[in-house]
Design a protein. Sequence first.
Length: 116
Amino acid sequence: MAYHARRRIAMILAWTKDDTEESYLANEERQAAVERNFIAIGEAIKDLARAKDLAAIDPSGPWRQPARFRDFLAHQYEEGVSHPDVWRTIRDDLPMLDASLERLEPLVGGPWSDAS
């Protein structure tokens, strides 16, 4: 599960690496793809949290925020999503989440274990 979340993070970062905030906000197709992947990341982390006590394994990890962000994106209509906030999440929060998942992955299983 950690592997799947990290794979989705890598996709988002690759898709947006050449973007500015303005180019991201002008590209509705990219926004939709990114938001769909944020939903998948949050779901993977929720699944992992059901299987493992993430806070006990890595208390410094941001384990609740991705799940809450997933719920928000999954249940909001287009008008409720702040695309500038999503952009800031990509730039400010995704690298930290990826680093936390990278630390966590050996403790919960890598990409080929049942735990991932």
